[in-house]
Design a protein around this ligand. Structure first.
Ligand code: NDP
Ligand code: 2IT
Length: 499
């Protein structure tokens, strides 16, 4: 019963099964076909029991059951016409998971591997991540099994327009605000936004990650990679260290990876290698992020057939290309590893190689790139492990700042946005670190992030209030909703005005 170690443990309380274990068992029985969702739920539920122990009323209010069940899921067909005139049909999804502290917020993923279970894993992570940013955003995620690779711009446009033709009824600037994720970048967001505007006859900040000429925020492109490095740097600072002179390996070479590479170099570190789905590249001079940008843009030009990261060596002849599995980067001796590709791409054997070769810090740029076994191995072997829901929160954080700018009809400078990003990511590290210490698990950043993420903009004492957006008051008890608390003073104020 339960997980295999103390890091994801389900204690027996008073001879009976813990609340977290009970909820997880129910989820496993109900959703056996959703392994990624179960994995994410295991990681969260396996660390938050200490925050629940002092609050038996949470179980009575079925608080966890409500946290793990989405408020709403929209599933739809997406018919579109390819360049040969043939009708194609894909599946579209939006998981509107939790709106307790703000509109649903989270990216769209276009990838042939997309399933409902994958989007539920990403949506569940997003709830806690968005709460950690301290901005008022609920959690959501969506996407399609559409594969943008090898498609012309015309096909991408037709797909995006058809996708939005259904999605537009379910979203809105105060309801649900999607953005990009794997396979969805600036080009796709532009097509989606244009279609939303045509259908609604309204310009609103309904999507983030928009182009700068139509309401996008400066520094959104860089935000996830920069934020990751600020977060890891704050950890290093807390130990009297820095990126200066550190060797770093990066998995992936997409949006998150590119700007992590740039920021590591700015802070004095050296990125030895990075990867794509075709292989990995090693550069003795340190990976040059500008070359990665060139390859990235070629991959998204609408003429991407045959374009791979191997093209890096055309511009950097000292570099070496290794065809095959990009996980080769984990074999290199390094101080810091930054997995920035996608889920479950850093396995136990990779963790063992990294530890054997001296790696001391892992910062997840991707969502859940490290398997539970690999995470456990890192934690048991003294590696500081920074979970993605905190370490990669910079992207959605600047999305939140984009929403603020749109609402104000203003654009902030790059320095203003980057400054807020840095301040909030560094602050987030301390929130996570302090929470782990408060629960007697110093250095367990997974536990710190999960408990702090359940406690939006509040001390860890009100843990898990996020899920109580509609706590039943039938028993005459006070609902302990964060929303209720936020709203109550205003209600009192209104009553005073009524008199
Ligand atoms: P991109 O599509 O820009 O880049 C993804 C990168 O990972 C590419 O280099 C891709 O290679 C590689 N990759 C994809 N699948 C695999 C695989 N199965 N094995 C190895 N490598 C793979 O995506 P992003 O950089 O935007 O996102 C990366 C991760 O970060 C995802 O987990 C995403 O959910 C997460 N994230 C993204 C945020 C954002 O703002 N973009 C915010 C927070 C998290 P190839 O080019 O060959 O496909
Ligand atoms: O996983 C993520 O946090 C994202 N893909 C970014 C979501 C957003 O709304 O900017």
């Amino acid at each position: 019963m339960g997980c295999r170690d103390r890091h994801f443990s389900f204690p027996i309380i008073g001879g009976s099964m813990s609340y977290t274990q009970k909820v997880l068992d129910e989820l496993k029985a109900r959703y056996p076909e959703q392994p990624e969702f179960i994995q994410a739920a295991t990681e969260i539920l396996g660390t938050i029991q200490p925050a629940l122990d002092a609050h038996p009323e949470y179980e009575e209010a079925a608080l966890l059951e409500r946290l793990v069940e989405p408020e709403r899921i929209v599933m739809f067909r997406v018919p579109w016409v390819d360049d040969q005139g043939k009708v194609q049909v894909n599946r579209g999804y939006r998981v509107e998971f939790n709106s307790a502290i703000g509109p649903y917020k989270g990216g769209l993923r276009f990838n042939p591997t997309v399933t409902l279970g994958m989007l539920k894993f990403l949506g569940l992570e997003q709830i806690l991540k968005n709460s950690l940013t301290t901005l008022p955003m609920g959690g959501g995620k969506g996407g399609s099994d559409f594969d943008p690779k090898g498609k012309s711009n015309n096909e991408i446009m037709h797909f995006c327009q058809s996708f939005m033709t259904e999605l537009y009824r379910h979203i809105g600037p105060n309801t649900d605000v999607p953005a990009g994720d794997l396979g969805v970048g600036g080009r796709e967001v532009a097509y989606l936004f244009g279609q939303y505007k045509r259908l609604t006859n309204e310009w609103t900040g309904v999507l983030t990650g928009k182009g700068l000429s139509f309401g996008g925020s400066l520094a959104r492109t860089e935000a996830t990679g920069y934020g990751l490095v600020y977060f890891v740097d704050e950890y290093l600072k807390s130990r009297g260290e820095s990126f200066e002179g550190k060797n770093v390996v990066v998995h992936g070479s997409g949006n998150v990876a590119i700007y992590a590479v740039q920021k590591v170099a700015q802070l004095g570190g050296k990125v030895l290698a990075c990867s794509d789905t075709h292989g990995w590249v090693e550069d003795p001079d340190g990976i040059d992020y500008t070359v990665l940008e060139h390859v990235y843009n070629k991959k998204r030009s609408g003429h991407d057939k045959g374009v791979t990261l191997a093209m890096y060596v055309d511009e950097k002849p000292n570099a070496v290309w290794h065809e095959g599995d990009g996980r080769g980067v984990w074999q290199l001796p390094c101080d810091i590893a930054l997995p920035c590709a996608r889920e479950n791409t850093l396995l136990l054997e990779d963790a063992q190689a990294l530890v054997a070769n001296g790696c001391k810090v892992v910062g997840e740029g991707a969502n859940m790139p490290t398997t539970i076994e690999a995470t456990t191995y890192f934690q048991e072997n003294g590696v500081a492990f920074m979970p993605g829901k905190a370490a990669n929160a910079g992207g959605v954080l600047v999305s939140g700042l984009e929403m603020s700018q749109n609402a104000e009809h203003l654009s902030w400078t790059f320095e203003e946005v980057d400054g807020k990003l840095e301040q909030l990511m560094r602050g987030m590290f301390h929130n996570v670190d302090d929470t782990a210490k408060e629960y007697g698990e110093e250095g367990n950043f997974v536990m710190g992030a999960n408990i702090a993420g359940c406690s939006p903009r509040a001390s860890a004492k009100s843990s898990l209030d996020i899920a109580c957006d509609e706590a039943p008051s039938h028993s005459g008890r006070e609902p302990f909703s964060m929303v209720e608390r936020a709203v109550r003073p205003r209600l009192v104020h209104l009553k005073v005005l009524d008199k």
